[in-house]
Design a protein around this ligand. Structure first.
Ligand SMILES: Cc1cc2nc3c(=O)[nH]c(=O)nc-3n(C[C@H](O)[C@H](O)[C@H](O)COP(=O)(O)O)c2cc1C
Length: 389
């Protein structure tokens, strides 16, 4: 059986993006509207730039699904770049007669521009930035929605919210339930704390006027997971490592925390761990969740919490100092159309990466060619460990 995996292809202003997801079980019913909804959610958030007004993304399934159900074969999803019409000469896969593109020689500090051009031997930095750009995350979100469809069938929900934008922090919440996320997408910065949300919007407006960009942090939360996804026996199988890697691979994410990681680091042990209780009706229970749902690299049946720190966007409307790679003279970095903050959107990409990582863990643990095989295996496992959650 093919292992669960996914890949993306595509450049920011090329003809389009592609995601291919392999290893999904057959017979899984997919929700077409959920796909459109997630694509639109990635475009949300106060502080996004011009691109979000140019195109509303749609994801078209090109293989692996028939009449709304998976076939068990690779699923290919296409996300067209509507803006390609304006870039057809510059980004054409083939030479365009009588047209020579202007090369980009002004690398942005904090972007992939300089090192990507050095590593791949490009004199035109556009050959790097077109792929390094987080436009690629549209394909990750498309793939993530397919993974989410699989998780939904297993009773798993994955949500996200913004915790911090620049210096403004939302009130800490450790008691979140799925119901808390019902209206999170209606908030302009996808924050669950209305007061902090207002302050975040004001801070974005203030810093944007000052030609600044803003970072922040978000949390992805997973509910309904069985204990025992991932494994303690091999470093490669540890789910904490996989989740951290998947979320850190999102453009501009610079730190990932599992549960209350950074806070726990400063506490005595007696305040750091989640004591274990057992009752006949509920089985094993905890009163706290400092560990964020993971112990020993495995889910423990508690809600999963993965937090990520995002640096400020590196394209600035008042560019930083750089060097012209042709002349080697001091120059200002490239000015491209840019977002001023992407934390709300990055949180949606975070959901996608968590969904894809969890889907892989479920596929590895429970196998099965048809979704009913998976559901049967999950039920049998829950019964064996007497999991009532
Ligand atoms: C959803 C999203 C949108 C982004 N939009 C921009 C942008 O408009 N301008 C920019 O300079 N960087 C943007 N970034 C960040 C860059 O893609 C990222 O900084 C760059 O690829 C270098 O990678 P690194 O920051 O992980 O080192 C965005 C990131 C995300 C997650």
């Amino acid at each position: 059986m093919t292992a669960f995996r996914f890949t993306t292809a595509g450049e920011s202003h090329g003809p389009g993006l592609v995601a291919i997801v392999e290893g999904m079980p057959a017979g899984l019913e997919l929700d077409r509207e959920a796909l459109d909804r997630d694509m639109a959610r990635r475009q949300l958030g106060h502080g996004r730039g011009g691109r979000m007004r140019i195109e509303t993304d749609t994801a078209e399934i090109r293989s692996g699904v028939r009449h709304g159900r998976t076939l068990g074969s690779p699923i290919a999803v296409l996300v067209a770049n509507r803006d390609y019409a304006n870039w057809e000469e510059r980004m054409n896969p083939w030479p365009v007669e009588g047209f020579e593109p202007d090369e980009v020689h002004l690398p942005r500090p904090g972007h992939a521009d300089l090192v990507g051009a050095q590593k791949y031997g490009h004199s035109d930095i556009r050959n790097v930035l077109e792929r390094a750009s987080a436009r690629e995350t549209a394909a990750r979100v498309a793939a993530g929605t397919l993974a989410r469809g699989f998780l939904t069938a297993l009773g798993v929900e994955v949500h996200s919210h913004v915790i911090q934008i620049a210096s403004v922090r939302a009130e800490e919440r450790f008691d979140l339930t799925p119901a808390d996320f019902a209206a999170v997408d209606d908030d302009p910065v996808r924050c669950l704390d209305p007061e902090a949300s207002k302050a975040m919007v004001a801070e974005i407006n203030r810093l944007r006027k000052a030609n600044e960009s803003l970072g922040g942090s978000f949390e992805v939360v997973g509910f309904g997971l069985v204990p025992g996804l991932g494994s303690h026996v091999s470093w490669e199988d540890r789910l904490d490592g996989r989740l951290a890697g998947a979320v850190a691979s999102i453009q501009s994410v610079k730190g990932v925390a599992i549960g209350e990681a950074w806070d726990v680091a400063g506490r005595p042990g007696s305040e750091a761990h989640d004591e274990i209780f057992w009752t006949e009706e509920q089985g094993y229970q905890r009163e706290t969740n400092h560990a964020g749902g993971l112990e020993g690299g495995m889910t423990n049946g508690q809600p999963l919490s993965v937090r990520a720190a995002i640096k400020p966007i590196s394209t600035l409307t008042k560019p930083l100092r750089s060097v012209d790679t042709e002349t080697k003279q001091p120059a200002q970095a490239l000015r491209e159309r840019t977002d001023s903050t992407v934390v709300p959107a990055a949180a949606v990409v975070g959901e996608a990466m968590v969904c894809l990582t969890l889907a892989r863990a479920y596929r590895e643990k429970f196998g099965g060619d048809h979704i009913d095989d998976v559901l049967g295996a999950v039920e049998a496992y829950k019964k064996r460990i007497d999991f009532k959650g």
